[in-house]
Design a protein around this ligand. Structure first.
Ligand SMILES: Cc1cc2nc3c(=O)[nH]c(=O)nc-3n(C[C@H](O)[C@H](O)[C@H](O)COP(=O)(O)O)c2cc1C
Length: 192
């Protein structure tokens, strides 16, 4: 007798969240390349691939890591530098002729989503941050005209919530909610 498996949400999607408590454990050899390879394979409008990444592993590229960490602002400065890897993502808003690439930020987000799912596959977690000093980042890494910083992501293994200051620990232990499906997906016009 054959038994049909119930369709289910991907375990990678189910497990994903954005932690603040990271273990300081370094990534094994080759993991960073796999994450970036997943991002590289994301779809993009006209296959423009309008994304660029500046990344650093703390043990392998300590100076670049510190430069990235120094651009973080607010609470991000407290928890994110414990992670073993930081990745800054840039969208190419203008092509070589100076014409806008309309889907650049969308595509850059898609690449980050692929990187995030690949991270889950490897037992890693990704926490994206918009809280960083854009001007500082652009200057520190000589970002060319036409490229805009989108996020900096902390990547690593889960740490223990007790490693965080109390206010951040409380947030770590309460998962962020989601809007009900009926509020965001419709089969006809909005709200139907
Ligand atoms: C574009 C973007 C910017 C974000 N900026 C920050 C940030 O600066 N600091 C932070 O702690 N989390 C940041 N987050 C994480 C979100 O707060 C988080 O994804 C959201 O609350 C949903 O929680 P979850 O990812 O754990 O499901 C950001 C996420 C995205 C996609």
């Amino acid at each position: 007798m054959t038994t049909l498996n119930q369709p289910r949400l991907s375990a990678l999607v189910e497990a994903r969240y954005s932690p603040r408590a990271f273990a300081p454990t370094a990534l094994p050899d080759g993991y960073a390349a796999l994450l970036l390879e997943a991002a590289r394979r994301a779809p993009s409008g006209g296959n423009a691939q309008p994304w660029r990444f500046v990344y650093a592993e703390k043990t392998r590229h300590p100076e670049v890591f510190d430069k990235l960490a120094e651009t973080l602002t607010g609470n991000n400065r407290i928890w994110a530098p414990t992670a073993p890897m930081l990745v800054a993502a840039f969208a190419q808003d203008l092509n070589a002729e100076g014409k806008p690439i309309g889907s650049a930020r969308y595509d850059c987000g898609a690449a980050l989503a692929w990187l995030t799912v690949q991270a889950q596959e490897l037992g890693l977690y990704v926490h994206q941050m918009g809280g960083f000093d854009r001007q500082n980042l652009v200057e520190a890494f000589a970002v060319p005209q036409g490229f805009v910083p989108v996020t900096i992501s902390a990547v690593g293994y889960l740490g223990h919530p007790d490693s965080l200051p109390e206010d951040l620990r409380e947030r770590e232990l309460s998962r962020t909610g989601r809007k009900p499906l009926a509020e965001i997906a419709f089969t006809g016009s909005f709200n139907s």
